[in-house]
Design a protein around this ligand. Sequence first.
Ligand code: HBI
Ligand code: FE
Length: 312
Amino acid sequence: MATQLDIETDFTRLPEMPEDVFTAPLKKPAHVGEDWLEPKQTDYGAEDDAIWNDLFARQMEVLPGRAASSFMAGLQKLNLNRGGVPEFGKLSEDLSALTGWSVVPVPMLIPDHVFFWHLANRRFPAGNFIRTRETFDYIQEPDVFHDVFGHVPMLTDPVYADYMQEYGRAGWKAMRYNRLKALGALYWYTVEFGLIQEAGGIKAYGAGILSGPTEIVFATEAKSPNRIMLNVDRVMRTDYVISDLQPTYFVIQSFEDLYHQTVERNFDRLYPSLSPSFTYANSAVIDVDDVLHRGTQEYLLRGGRGSGAKPV
Ligand code: HBI
Ligand code: FE
């Protein structure tokens, strides 16, 4: 029986998940194998394509000038505005010519170790369904719009593309120490809700920000949230909320900086020093922080989502 100590680092085949590592259990649909890949992409209909086009148009009202320049360039390079839900075969062909990544369909959230394994092989797992008109503004499960519009353009940036692969490899190491939650926080504050300093100011590169209508303005311009320079050790000790706007965003200097901070940090030394639960609240500012903007937290103090508080 494999144990935590002999976790594999060869990712050509899906490594066996040790029995003493905890990840949230997910019920695998009968039609997918151990890799959780769908046999084929959904055949989207005209209404699905119309939903994609409307979501796309809505984002184009708010992203220019606020989204990271590599994200805007990625949208163009992949022609994501050609209309309708992109076909993954063609998309993967274009993307792999640029950075060697492909996009593969999965039915739902997949287990952490399978997700990391795909990333370690430069395959991005993307939802095989699109939201409905009823859930147009917000869905918790990642659909094809969040995954492809939000995540895939960034994978055209060569340094970001390498960071994502390293993240997948780091996932296997985190399992050995049972510190998946800590590594999940790094994903959250970079890949999903990351901000970057550019010559023209602070821009967003996180997919959770870029795929929705509200958070882009809040994250880059509002007074409520903290904006703090990213430090990998600090972020991995920080709690996060999944169903409301973030009280704190972490800002990188460049994708090179993010890549180096992650690759050069010796996680074999970091993981044992992290407590199993988070140390810092998601709205906290601590003495070691390099603070760009100290948030008023007005949005949170007024009650956040559901209270009618304005995202100011
Ligand atoms: N599955 N489909 C899908 N998409 C994700 O973003 C995802 C996942 N499974 C696990 C997972 N993310 C987490 O491991 C990361 O968010 C850390
Ligand atoms: Fe995502």
